[in-house]
Design a protein around this ligand. Structure first.
Ligand SMILES: *Cc1c(COP(=O)(O)O)cnc(C)c1O
Length: 444
């Protein structure tokens, strides 16, 4: 029954042509991607509206260079920039050992070095009802390449994909570049940023191939409960679509709810998990991530999706081998982690407390995961602020504080704030935010 259902839906976007044809199709996608950077038509948003980098460039350009205070970066989450978050010694030792062993000097096999794939399978299986096999794991250039891979594989002439709003703008940009139509479902601020499942059903149609969830959440700092994730899986099954779970912040959950991986529900609907070392180990520059398939009922395999993923990696994946060789050592050691989580929890709490005293700004939910929170602007409080972008531009200019306007993650007149920084910078940043809001508010 389920298979028949998936056949009628998913089969429509699986190329039934031989694998060589699939590669060709993918190569033409990449040619289009190259062109895309140069040819934007008027309907496309400009880069400053769609990418975090674009907005940041704009904010940086308005900074007042005669302000002698340090710039406070609360826009981009970069935990590795702060000494107190940097726990890379174990990972560094593992890399040195992998290089010295001289076992990882050759080209990487497609999908990654077996010992590395096995290490990821074992690491993720700790939280799953059934053990993953190394064959379920593909090593990628960070979580971003894992996302690119699955979006490219799913892109078909009529297919569409569902993203959360607010969300992670990289997905939008990449889907555009491979001509995958995007639609959005809502996250609900008054329900701990849970997914509005009615809105998922409302936007899906017979050409919908998948929905993307990000848990723990960027930009909202939310963590989904087990019950909610089960409902997500059941909704996806009803619609005959896959769930793509971006779990790049796996285990960065510091509130009451534990992190539950979406793969737990792979028997309800096929799940593709995306992850990396970037956030939990605070080494984003090493570019080591993974794409993992949870397919206990063999649906992805039956419909050729696994073959398509392999085909993609034949063309695109050529990861450095020694970083993969270090994976068993890195993933096997958990010791460093609880301290990082404690540091992030303290930062999140202090950010949440500080924001309570800022006029015109409210944080509906105390952050419970990832390194971000979303706060809402009440524009009626201010005398001369037009919208979220105007707020962030003036804040950068007057206070040398960088905060991301909500518009760049899909929610106008909100702000995304990261608290991943040392305590004194965080306090300084919140203090400047308070000063700014008081100065611009009606009562001032
Ligand atoms: C940072 C981030 C990524 C990118 O991870 P990399 O491993 O650096 O490629 C993907 N998704 C989300 C939600 C992120 O915040």
């Amino acid at each position: 029954m389920l298979l028949a259902f998936y056949k009628s839906h998913i089969i429509t976007f699986i190329p039934t042509t031989p694998i060589v044809e699939q590669w060709r199709a993918m190569e033409s996608t990449s040619t289009l991607m190259n062109k895309w950077g140069f040819m934007r038509n008027s309907e496309q948003k400009t880069e400053s509206e769609t990418t975090i980098d674009g907005v940041l460039t704009l904010l940086m350009s308005t900074l007042n260079i005669s302000d002698s205070r340090p710039i406070i970066h609360m826009a981009r989450g970069e935990p590795s920039a702060f000494a107190s978050f940097s726990k890379t010694q174990i990972a560094a030792d593992a890399i040195a050992q992998a290089v010295r062993s001289a076992k990882f000097n050759g080209y990487s096999p497609t999908g990654g070095v077996l010992s590395g794939r096995r290490a990821v399978a074992e690491y993720l299986s700790q939280d799953l009802p059934d053990d993953l096999s190394p064959d379920d794991v593909f090593l990628t250039m960070g979580c971003k390449q894992a996302a690119q891979t699955i979006l490219t594989v799913l892109a078909g002439s009529k297919s569409n994909i569902l993203f959360p709003k607010p969300g992670f703008p990289y997905y939008e940009v990449f889907a555009q570049s491979c001509h995958l139509e995007t639609r959005h479902f809502d996250l609900l601020p008054d329900k701990d940023w849970e997914i509005d499942l009615d809105s998922v059903v409302a936007v899906a149609d017979e050409n919908t191939v998948a929905m993307v969830i990000i848990n723990p959440g960027n930009p909202c700092g939310s963590v989904f409960t087990r019950q909610h994730l089960k409902k997500v899986a059941e909704t996806a099954r009803k619609l005959g679509i896959l769930v793509i779970a971006d779990e790049v912040y796996d285990h960065l959950a510091f509130g009451k709810k534990p992190f539950v991986p979406m793969g737990v529900f792979g028997s309800i609907t096929p799940v593709i998990t995306l992850g990396s070392l970037s956030k939990r180990w605070a080494i984003p520059g090493w570019r080591l991530g993974w794409l993992v398939t949870h397919d206990p009922n063999g649906i992805l395999k039956e419909h050729g999706i696994i073959e398509c993923i392999k085909g993609y990696f034949h063309v695109y994946s050529n990861l450095p081998t020694f970083i993969q060789g270090a994976l068993p050592d890195i993933l096997g050691k958990e010791g460093c982690h609880s301290q990082t989580v404690n540091t992030i929890r303290e930062a999140a709490n202090s950010c949440y407390r500080g924001i309570k005293d800022v006029p015109g700004v409210t944080c509906p939910n105390k952050p419970e995961g990832s390194i971000f929170t979303m706060v809402k602007l009440d524009l009626s409080v201010f005398v001369d602020i037009e919208d979220d972008l105007d707020f962030c531009l003036k804040l950068a200019k007057e206070e040398s504080v960088l905060i991301l306007p909500g518009i760049s993650v899909g929610l106008k007149n909100w702000l995304r704030i990261t608290f991943a920084m040392d305590q004194s910078s965080l306090e300084d940043g919140i203090k400047r935010l308070q000063d700014f809001c008081r100065r611009h508010s009606q009562k001032a």
